[in-house]
Design a protein around this ligand. Structure first.
Ligand SMILES: [Zn+2]
Length: 249
């Protein structure tokens, strides 16, 4: 799960209508679901970490620090479940790059090397958004699997990342590396690209930082660079950024 930095609120006071925060969030974080990491060009929404449907969080409805971006699937599973910040690992305040592992089989699971308490928080976070769900596969008339859910889409992007890695081995140029960043930007799933290029520090650095060409930024906006060291390995616990109950991983 890509650790992100949404930065300070674009305005001095809370939002009267939380939907008005949407353009600012997309500009800071990119059009990706914060939880499942899919690129969602449409139907992405302002996600309230502590749900707007529960009366105890009414004061947080318009608060920038309570916003992330969520897709329909993650949002509808998370819904009005109570979220206590001390029991989940969140991409805006914890180092979620260290907390989860992605597999070629489409799974996202708590990473090895977590403490028992962190394991529990990681599992809780996945369940909160339904990211622990198995595949719901549909096959087309040729018997090919059609990616209809987050699980199948992860497998699909894993395959694209592997192919890109083979392309890079064949033509190890700066141009090819840039193409790969652009493809990753288009497909989403930052963490899958990072995992497939686990042994390629240069490629991981470009995925973390992105690059600018002719005034355009390519890559994943808002990735928390402080979560990665010089060798692109996760820094744990995440350096504190002032958000409540952060740095749990
Ligand atoms: Zn999602």
């Amino acid at each position: 799960m890509r650790p992100v930095e949404r930065g300070n609120s674009p305005q001095a006071h809370d939002y009267e209508n939380y939907r008005d925060a949407f353009p600012g969030l997309v500009s800071r974080l990119g059009a990706y679901c914060t939880y499942c990491e899919r690129r969602i060009p449409t139907m992405l929404a302002v996600e309230h970490i502590q749900p707007k449907g529960l009366p105890q969080y009414a004061a947080l409805i318009g608060q920038w620090d309570n916003f992330l971006l969520g897709c329909v699937n993650c949002n509808s599973t998370k819904k009005d479940q109570d979220v206590s910040l001390e029991h989940v690992l969140l991409p805006d305040r914890d180092n979620t790059a260290a907390a989860f592992a992605y597999t070629s089989g489409g799974e996202v699971v708590p990473a090895h090397g977590l403490t028992a308490a962190q394991q529990q928080m990681a599992a809780h976070t996945l369940a909160l958004c339904g990211l622990d769900k198995g595949p719901s596969e549909v096959t087309d008339e040729n018997g090919r699997i059609v990616a209809i859910d987050r699980y199948a889409q992860r497998m699909e992007v894993w395959g694209q990342a592997l192919t890109s890695k083979a392309d890079l081995a064949q033509s190890p140029t700066e141009g090819m590396r840039r193409m790969i960043v652009k493809l990753a930007q288009a497909t989403g799933f930052f963490s899958i690209w990072m995992q497939v290029f686990d042994d390629d520090v240069q490629m991981r650095r470009m995925l973390i930082d992105g690059f600018t060409r002719e005034g355009h930024f390519f890559g994943f906006p808002g990735t928390a660079r402080s979560c990665f060291d010089a060798n692109t390995r996760p820094v744990t616990p995440r350096p504190a950024n002032g958000l409540a109950h952060g740095s749990k991983s």
